[in-house]
Design a protein around this ligand. Structure first.
Ligand SMILES: [Zn+2]
Ligand SMILES: [Zn+2]
Length: 618
């Protein structure tokens, strides 16, 4: 352990401190100083991000902690707000406990970036003041920061030493400022007023970055912050695109091309992929701090604004955050935030954003944006679609005896709209009843033919004139294929053949109908009986009264109809599946109640109930 070690001066670089130690140590070579400090003589003297700091701190008796050295005496705080969050801890780790000189790689600043100062620099006035105060000058951290050309304390142009600051040089020498410069040289300030103004702003902001020690903000958060600022400056389009065509000229004009060149951040007005584009697009890599400073200054902010970034600052959203409230008054979730997305388009005349909100209840509405207050969130511009829930409510109110105006008042709609929708519903009802009539007339007609195989077309027509006329007008095609063949006189053989044919054909229909009855999977589940089949086919009385003339049908009916027990078993399975689908736990009592079984239950039925409950189903 080293017995004596000099104290660090304010904002002194670690390199400067180690150089001063070397002078005091009376070591004959830098190599032996390095092995004193780092227990290794292969370490190089690094001017900005030295590594192996844990070893160093141990060797000097824990006079300082590595974190303290990093935050107070290396340039990391200058970079840290703008680097990827995960990389910050990696860099700390590299500097504390490795000797890998990889910090720049992890900082993630793309190549072709802001130039790094070639030599170590100093401020002549700081030099003199430090000699007066401490008896010796030292290398200041702020003077080595890229983009800082002026001392923020004295607003004096920095002077260059002959000590190379290039981090790539494998250098084992430490050069103290006192050894490098005998008497400080004040440099003339040849910059224009405008340039000086920006140089000062950059130097002061850089100093604040070093002092404030802001943790990484996160690249997406930084972008969100800039986007919301651009929105305030009206540099965003209504669809949340950056107006680069306006932004670029304004930015260049704000600084002037020559000033931007001083910071290696020149911009070309016609370029589509400048550093400014990369700074503001969805970020893949970090951007140099100097560019953040320049852009933030352009936005009218300083470094302190970075400390106050609300991590949740959203992208510019003309209708705010999702989910959005459903504004359907007929719905139970009225005003609740249930709509997850908004579709934004641009109004062609006003160029303002229009949001269309689509709710699962069928209600679709739009509103012109942007929303300017919280209340705007609950405003309907126009209704695009009312949907089922709304229509049902209108009907319900109408059936409750409310008139159009009263319904309109309750749903905050207008009388004409309510009337229109009720009328449309009425039309639908008519359509529905037409469908019903169609079905029943066809059944009546088929029934008539089957029961009267001997009747001619004319006679049949006389039996059911209105049915015939209706079918003739509305479904002539069907009617013509469901006519007996044209007769020329009466023929017993034809009669006989037609009975046989009909028996055979009807038996087929019975089989199909029984199958389709068993497929019913809603609450209309019915037992397959002679009556239920007859009802569906419109031939009840024939199946009941003339079955002896139809031997095929008789056989088929015996085969497909269900006994009460068959039906109960089928119904238990059906109800059990229903309960399972609804996620309801099945118990014997629930199943019995749902299957409408009487209290006297057959043993087979009980077995079936148990099977439904205790056998796992997919
Ligand atoms: Zn100074
Ligand atoms: Zn809704």
């Amino acid at each position: 352990m080293i017995g004596f070690f000099p104290k660090l001066y304010k904002d002194e670089t670690l390199y400067s401190w180690l150089a001063r130690y070397h002078i005091r140590s009376n070591n004959s070579s830098y190599k032996s100083t390095l092995s004193d400090l780092f227990m290794k003589d292969t370490i190089v003297a690094i001017t900005d991000f030295p590594c192996n700091l844990q070893t160093l701190c141990t060797e000097i008796g824990d006079m300082y902690k590595p974190r303290y050295l990093i935050n107070q005496h290396t340039p990391l705080p200058y970079y840290s707000p703008f680097i990827k969050r995960g990389n910050y801890e990696k860099i700390i780790d590299l500097m504390e406990s490795t000797n890998k000189n990889r910090v720049y790689a992890v900082l993630g600043l793309p190549a072709g970036n802001v130039p790094y100062p070639r030599h170590l620099r100093y401020c002549a006035t700081c030099f003199i003041e430090d000699v007066n105060q401490y008896g010796e000058p030292y290398w200041h951290r702020i003077h080595q920061i890229p983009g800082v050309h002026i001392c923020p304390h004295h607003l004096e142009i920095l002077s260059e030493s002959s000590v190379l600051s290039k981090r790539t040089v494998s250098n084992q020498k430490f050069h103290a400022l006192s050894e490098s410069i005998n008497s400080p040289i004040h440099r003339n300030n040849l910059y224009s007023d405008k340039e000086n103004e920006v140089l000062e702003v950059v130097a002061l902001n850089s100093l604040k970055l070093l002092q404030e020690e802001i943790n990484p903000i996160g690249l997406p958060n930084l972008r969100n912050y800039y986007i919301s600022k651009l929105h305030d400056k009206e540099l965003m389009t209504a669809t949340s695109r950056i107006k680069f065509q306006e932004l670029l000229p304004r930015f260049i004009n704000f600084y002037g091309k020559n000033t931007l060149k001083l910071f290696g951040s020149n911009l070309n007005i016609d370029d589509k992929d400048t550093w400014l584009h990369r700074l503001l697009r969805k970020p893949k890599s970090s951007c140099h701090p100097i560019r953040h400073i320049l852009f933030n200054t352009f936005l009218g902010d300083d470094i302190f604004s970075y400390k106050n970034i609300n991590i949740k600052t959203p992208y510019y959203q003309p209708f705010g955050d999702s989910p959005f409230p459903c504004l359907n008054r007929a719905s139970e979730h009225f005003l609740k935030d249930v709509i997850s997305t908004v579709n934004i388009t641009i109004c062609s005349s006003t160029k303002q954003p229009v949001g269309t909100f689509k709710c699962n209840c069928g209600f679709v509405f739009s509103r012109r944006g942007p929303d300017l207050s919280k209340e705007d969130r609950y405003k309907v511009g126009s209704v695009k679609q009312f949907g089922e829930v709304w229509l049902e409510k209108v009907e319900e109110l109408y059936n409750d005896g409310l008139n159009y105006s009263e319904i309109a008042r309750q749903l905050k709609s207008n009388r004409a709209t309510i009337k229109k929708y009720l009328f449309n519903e009425n039309q639908k009802m008519k359509q529905h009843s037409n469908d019903y009539k169609h079905k029943s007339y066809k059944a009546k007609w088929s029934n008539l033919i089957v029961r009267n195989p001997d009747l001619s077309r004319t006679k049949l027509r006389e039996q059911l004139p209105s049915v015939y006329m209706w079918l003739y007008r509305n479904d002539r095609e069907w009617l013509l294929t469901n006519m007996p063949p044209k007769q020329k006189g009466c023929n017993k053989d034809i009669n006989k053949v037609s009975w046989e044919t009909r028996d055979y054909e009807l038996a087929k229909k019975i089989e199909l109908e029984a199958e389709s009855l068993k497929k019913i999977n809603n609450d209309g589940i019915v037992r397959v009986t002679v009556r239920s089949i007859g009802r569906e086919l419109g031939v009840i009385s024939m199946l009941e009264n003339e079955i002896e003339k139809l031997p095929e049908c008789k056989l088929m009916l015996a085969k497909v109809t269900e006994t009460l027990k068959d039906f109960q078993l089928r119904r238990i399975k059906f109800r059990a599946k229903n309960l399972r689908d609804m996620g309801i736990e099945i118990t014997p009592s629930k199943l019995i109640r749902n299957s409408a079984l009487s209290t006297k239950i057959d043993g087979d039925i009980l077995n079936s109930i148990e099977e439904e409950i205790y056998t796992p189903k997919n």
